[in-house]
Design a protein around this ligand. Structure first.
Ligand code: IPM
Ligand code: MN
Length: 375
């Protein structure tokens, strides 16, 4: 029997509840498809941080690097200033493991209600490949008061290091600034990844940027996109400004097959994507380093007000678990989990409040596990 060791970080808020259901369904898949999962639990999140001061240490990250895929719930807690846990744990993991692809399927499952009038499951089925390590997420910037000041900003990555030495002279009362950068290496690898997916789907790749205004950074993105496109003559391509993309996601979602986007715009458009596929309760994501340690999570947050109520929808997390299994090579198990989710929705009986039902998180997990056995 194949044995998988999977680190799991349930995290904060509703994280533990949704992860519990995800584990249940993945274990059921294991029984059915002949693999066994050993879960290795990590306590990281707000409680652990408040007790020990550790967000996620270098030692923990080294330890996690032994594994191919991490299962992640959600983080964020009212007791901790916004950004501390997000940057210290979630973004830290994405960057440390160089998980340069954030893969976010936008797929309206059969039976799910979409706010888009007259659109059905066949109209909403695309994948967003969000770059996940660069752009305005590199986290460098500062504040400067009137007068002269100096600042050194550094970006440290596996592939490169960049250092900016700034000499600032300003007569504004105070400025705040943030630098974004994309590298040739970082841009090319994620665009190539997106082309590979498009090649195996409907051969259409849409690029997102704002090259009309942020022309240095996204003009560069376009050049690299064009250069890589020449190696994929079978894939149809187009450039789209991010503002227009938000419009097209609503008006003509059927236009899209694969979408590749720099980090920040990818963040924004995938929340919109989540809504058109039925809501955040149904949107999974994978943070992927094809050669290293990847991480799979629902794209929603920790929803602290629902913590402990056994009320929220576990489907995004269960689906993220399916993406995890796909990544480990368990393609059929992964496919059947998505089918079981779809059956649960089409049956329209056991559902959480966000889908108009009154069942618990546990009920939905149990039902999906049961349906998986039956497929
Ligand atoms: C997401 C989240 C994160 C992001 C936050 C929590 C740092 O919004 O996964 O989309 O901005 O990437
Ligand atoms: Mn987001």
């Amino acid at each position: 029997m194949t044995q998988y060791k999977i680190p799991v970080i349930p995290g904060d808020g509703i994280g533990p509840e949704i992860i519990r259901e995800g584990r249940k369904v993945l274990e059921t898949a294991g029984e059915k498809f002949g693999f066994d999962i050993e879960w290795i639990e990590y306590p990281h999140g707000a409680d652990h941080y408040l007790e020990t001061g550790e967000l996620i240490s270098e030692d923990t990250l080294k330890d996690l690097s032994k594994y191919q895929a991490i299962y992640f719930g959600s983080i964020g807690d009212e007791r901790v200033k916004p950004g501390i846990l997000e940057k210290g744990i979630l973004l830290n993991i994405r960057f440390y493991f160089d998980e340069y692809v954030n893969l976010r399927p936008v797929k309206l499952l059969e039976g799910v209600w979409t706010p888009l009038k007259d659109k059905t499951a066949k109209d909403i089925d695309f994948v967003v490949v969000r770059e996940n390590t660069e752009d305005f997420y590199i986290g460098i910037g500062g504040r400067a008061k009137k007068g002269k000041s100096k600042k050194t900003l550094e970006v440290i990555r596996n592939m490169y290091n960049v250092k900016f030495g700034l000499d600032i002279t300003s007569d504004s009362e105070e400025i705040g600034y943030q630098l974004g950068l994309i590298s040739k290496e970082g841009t090319r690898r994620v665009i190539r990844y997106a082309f590979e997916i498009a090649k195996n789907r409907n051969k259409h790749l849409s690029s997102v940027d704002k090259a009309n205004v942020l022309s240095d950074i996204y003009g560069f993105w376009r050049e690299e996109f064009t250069s890589i496109a020449s190696g994929y003559p079978q894939v149809k391509t187009d450039f789209n400004y991010v503002d227009a993309v938000t419009m097209w996601f609503v008006k003509n979602p059927e236009f899209f097959d694969v979408v590749v986007s720099p980090n920040m715009f990818g963040d924004i458009i995938t929340d919109l994507g989540a809504m058109i596929q039925g809501g955040l309760g149904l949107a999974p994501g994978g943070n992927i380093n094809p050669e290293g340690t990847s991480m799979f999570e629902p794209i929603h947050g920790s929803a602290p007000k629902y913590k402990g109520l056994n009320k929220v929808n576990p489907i995004a997390t269960i689906w993220a678990g399916a993406l995890l299994l796909d990544h480990l090579g368990e393609k059929e198990a992964s496919r059947q989990i998505v089918q079981a989710i779809e059956k649960n929705i089409v049956n329209n009986k056991i559902k959480t409040y966000d889908m108009g039902g009154s069942n618990t998180t546990t009920d939905v997990g149990d039902d999906i596990a049961r349906l998986l056995k039956e497929i």
